[in-house]
Design a protein around this ligand. Structure first.
Ligand SMILES: O=C(O)C[C@@H](Cc1ccccc1)C(=O)SCC(=O)c1ccccc1
Ligand SMILES: [Zn+2]
Length: 170
């Protein structure tokens, strides 16, 4: 089922996600709903926090054909290098806004899969950028938090204006 995505500056996006205790059918159904919601947006990642479910669950699919879904449960990342790289990020919770964010260029990811089995993954490039962006969501952090206060204020005004226009059209 398609799930509603929370939009900045909704305070619920600032909630810290809790660990998943048991990987059961409820988690598997939520992961499937999150993938469906992500593909429909469209997006390449989605954290449970964005659909107002505050548990440590992330879905991603960086493939062109949108047929390589990845699921991370209780993910932990460790940077594999001090080198950082800038990347133009977007966010399904901050529509129409894109801006550069510096993040560690390579990371090691350790997480549970949908069978509850632990796996590790080394990531660089867009995979490293996206997993770190999603992990921030689970900590109640948004990519706009890395921008200047002035830019963040401008983004709030832009979103508020877009919402006023949508209200009028209704
Ligand atoms: O809000 C999210 O977590 C999803 C976000 C993930 C992300 C994208 C780019 C850099 C960092 C994190 C998005 O998917 S935004 C939409 C987007 O970037 C995109 C959409 C369609 C195709 C390719 C990219
Ligand atoms: Zn995001």
């Amino acid at each position: 089922a398609l799930l509603p995505i929370l939009n900045f500056p909704d305070p619920r996006l600032r909630t810290k996600a809790k660990q998943v205790e048991v990987v059961d059918d409820q988690i598997r159904t939520l992961a499937a709903d999150m993938l469906e919601t992500m593909y429909a947006a469209p997006g390449i990642g989605l954290a449970a926090s964005q659909v107002d479910r505050h548990i440590q669950l992330i879905v991603m699919d960086l493939s062109e054909e949108k047929n390589q879904p990845m699921v991370f449960i209780n993910p932990r990342i460790t940077p594999l290098t001090e080198d950082t790289q800038p990347y133009e990020e977007g966010c399904l919770s901050v529509p129409q806004i894109f801006d550069k964010v510096e993040r560690p260029a390579r990371v090691k990811i350790e997480a549970l899969d949908l069978d509850g089995k632990t796996f590790t993954l080394e990531a660089d490039g867009l995979l490293a950028v996206c997993i770190q962006h999603e992990m921030d969501h689970l900590d109640g952090k948004l990519f706009v938090d890395y921008l200047s206060p002035l830019k963040r204020q401008r983004i709030r005004e832009k979103i508020a204006k877009a919402e006023r226009i949508r209200e009028k059209e209704r």
